[in-house]
Design a protein around this ligand. Structure first.
Ligand code: NAI
Length: 417
């Protein structure tokens, strides 16, 4: 299989949207220009399992400019933008991704990217690494290392490393400050609300909006919902995060108490069965439930299905379940990441930093890969800070620099008394 996409005739519209995204990705553009001149990824075969969006296309072009041969598959069955997949194929890339693909096709596509014996794996949710470790260990000898984009993937990889079963080094791009501070918070914050609005066109102002999980993503979703006039409730399991949410001004309570109040529910925990039968039983007629965490396990959909006497799709990404007592519960985007299912994922400007990290992580692996231990590593702080510096510069923002006296003062313990 050279490629498998929905419809090659979509390529032109995909190209226009990719060009639009690239205009907001100045840091990645600078890296691309340097890669073009230096070719640091020359001869490298790279398998990328990412959400196939316009920003991912920009990353793919950057990696190719560096000399890599790139193969792309989706990191979620519902997140592929079919016009982008078509545009990448028309630019000569090998893409295996179709929006709405079933589980069997999803894994067929992952395996198609592995069949090419990659030197580098680039994951968003650790599906390439997971597949290699469970069924394709023959590929390990050829692999320099991997990179991982998201919190859930990093958690899985750290657990593999702790158990001593991780077979090659992986750079946790998510752990870079220029990734999770911005992408998870502002990117997920804005695009999750965007997904809810595009799917439902409901008014957020004045509603009760329940956010489960007050991590990097949850902080963003809560602040954007509040910014639109929602009354935000946060549910948490971590006392520190719950305290932070309370002091940020949100109402904090267990899901059992939030369930009868919420008009909207959004899970962003990376956990499983956060909203389950006992909660559905308490919800109002017409409550809208969605997820923006990585996997579609945060909402117990089988429980909702088993409680329901009827279900119908009302509009794209909006499915109504009627439970025995006549209440209707609305599930968005099949419980998959709503920002990618019903909207377009994070805005390009924030993916600029995330994917600058991915590009530099690939370069770092090629430089050091076999020298890195089989652990989960962070991208060196120097590179992380450099991305922040370039981003500020691209935004036309200047900051102060330490004077000699200040640098000396901050480095000494004798001064200042
Ligand atoms: P995080 O670790 O910073 O936050 C997760 C929070 O959820 C923690 O505070 C944790 O205490 C809380 N939590 C865990 N179980 C809970 C439960 N049962 N009830 C209430 N709270 C609970 O993680 P981060 O970075 O916010 O990521 C969250 C999820 O979103 C992950 O699956 C991550 O991969 C995904 N993600 C999705 C993106 C998107 O585009 N939609 C972008 C980035 C990350």
């Amino acid at each position: 299989m050279e490629y498998h996409v929905k419809d090659l005739s979509l390529a032109e519209s995909g190209k226009l949207r990719i060009e639009w995204a690239e205009r907001s990705m100045p840091v990645l553009r600078l890296i691309k220009e340097r890669f073009q001149a230096e070719k640091p990824l020359s001869g490298v075969v790279l398998a990328a399992c990412l959400h196939v969006t316009t920003e991912t296309a920009s990353l793919v072009h950057t990696l190719a400019a560096g000399g890599a041969e790139v193969y792309v598959c989706a990191s979620n069955p519902l997140s592929t933008q079919d016009d982008v997949a078509a545009a990448l194929v028309s630019d000569g890339f090998h893409v295996f991704a179709i929006k709405g693909e079933d589980t069997e096709t999803y894994y067929k596509h992952i395996n198609a990217c592995l069949d090419v014996k990659p030197h580098i794996t680039m994951d968003d949710g650790a599906d390439l690494v997971g597949t290699i470790h469970s069924t394709r260990q023959d590929l390990v000898a050829n692999i320099i290392g991997g990179t991982e984009e998201t919190t859930t993937g990093v958690i899985r990889l750290k657990s593999m490393a702790a158990k001593g079963v991780l077979l090659f080094p992986v750079i946790a791009v998510n752990d870079s400050n220029t990734k999770h501070f911005f992408d998870n918070r502002y990117g997920t914050g804005q695009s999750t609300i965007d997904g809810v609005l595009r799917a439902t066109n409901r008014l957020v102002a004045g509603s009760w909006f329940v956010v489960s999980g007050y991590g990097w993503c949850g902080r963003g979703v809560a602040s954007r919902a509040a910014g639109m006039g929602a009354r935000v409730i946060v549910t948490e399991v971590d006392p520190l995060r719950a305290l932070e949410a309370a002091m940020d001004g949100y109402t904090v309570m267990p899901m059992g108490e939030a369930a009868p109040l919420g008009d909207f529910f959004c899970t962003v925990t990376g956990d499983t069965s956060v909203i389950r039968k006992e909660h559905f039983e308490l919800m109002k007629d017409g409550a809208i439930v969605c997820n923006s965490g990585h996997f579609n396990v945060e909402i117990d959909i089988p429980a909702l299905e088993s409680m329901s006497v009827g279900r119908k799709i009302i509009r794209d990404f909006v499915e109504e379940f009627t439970v025995a007592d006549g209440r209707r519960i609305i599930l968005l985007g099949e419980g998959r990441l709503i920002n990618l299912a019903a909207a377009e994922g994070h805005p390009s400007s924030v993916m600029d930093m995330s994917f600058a990290n991915q590009a530099l992580a690939s370069e770092h692996l090629v430089k050091l890969g076999k020298g890195l231990s089989k652990q989960v590593h962070r991208l060196p702080e120097k590179l992380d800070n450099e991305i922040a510096r370039l981003k500020l510069e691209s935004m036309g923002i200047k900051i102060d620099t330490l004077t000699e006296e200040q640098a000396h003062y901050l480095a000494s313990w004798e001064m200042g008394t």
